[in-house]
Design a protein around this ligand. Structure first.
Ligand code: PLP
Length: 220
């Protein structure tokens, strides 16, 4: 099946309130172009170098999302154009995004990445760290960073109950943070959860944004 038909299928089955991020990492610009020609405008990349090269090769009306581990010294390269950073998970990174946002006269939307999976990984705040980060309040002094919600990845497993439990946890953290810090802020509204293997469960559990690579573009 073609990229076009995969995108059409997703459009038919995913509720219209859920944003589809097409994850194009490791796939060539020509394949991104095919998805673009099928009407897709939001793409996710996980490496800065790959992203800046692709951006040059592709139409200017694409909204690029950054979904991977982001090193502070690379923020500068994406700050001029990035639409959403899904992977804000520490204060020093936030301060760098603030600095580069200011330098570019931009407010950069970011999601708080939270570690919800069983697997060990360095990516993401623990729920406790995220609470501390919000309670600390430094984010309120960063007018060029806009916290727009949360992001998380479930454990890579066939156990649907496990995955569902983790997505529920992320949704519940979202509700907690919304009530505690963003009750009056309509920008804080995204729950980025769900990939090729688990997006139907993520949508059932309240995802507002799914990040789909393999299902659209094939294996990497
Ligand atoms: C690669 C990646 C995806 C897409 O994964 P697929 O299983 O190919 O759909 C989604 N989110 C993040 C953070 C990723 O790194």
């Amino acid at each position: 099946m073609s990229i076009q038909s995969h995108i059409d299928d997703l459009r038919e089955t995913v509720p219209s309130a859920v944003t589809l991020v097409a994850v194009s990492k490791f796939h060539p610009a020509g394949m991104v172009r095919e998805a673009y020609d099928a009407g897709q405008r939001i793409f996710g990349e996980s490496r800065v170098q790959e992203l800046v090269v692709k951006k040059e090769q592709l139409p200017g009306d694409i909204a690029w999302h950054f979904i991977g581990n982001l090193q502070r010294n690379k923020v500068k390269q994406i700050a001029p154009f990035i639409s959403l950073i899904h992977s804000l998970d520490n204060e020093r990174l936030m301060l760098e995004i603030e600095k580069q946002g200011a330098a570019n006269g931009r407010v950069i939307p970011c999601l708080l990445q939270i570690h919800i999976a069983e697997e060990e990984t360095k990516a993401g705040f623990s729920p406790g760290e995220c609470r501390q980060f919000l309670e600390g309040g430094k984010w309120k002094t960063c007018p060029h960073v806009r916290i727009a919600g949360v992001m998380g990845m479930a454990t890579f497993t066939d156990d649907e109950n496990q995955v569902r439990k983790e997505f529920r946890q992320l949704k519940s953290l979202f509700e907690e943070f919304k009530a505690g810090y963003f009750a009056d802020d309509p920008v804080f509204r995204e729950i980025s959860m769900g990939m090729t293997g688990d997006y139907p469960v993520a949508i059932e559990e309240g995802s507002t944004m799914i990040r789909i690579g393999t299902l659209i573009f094939g294996d990497r």
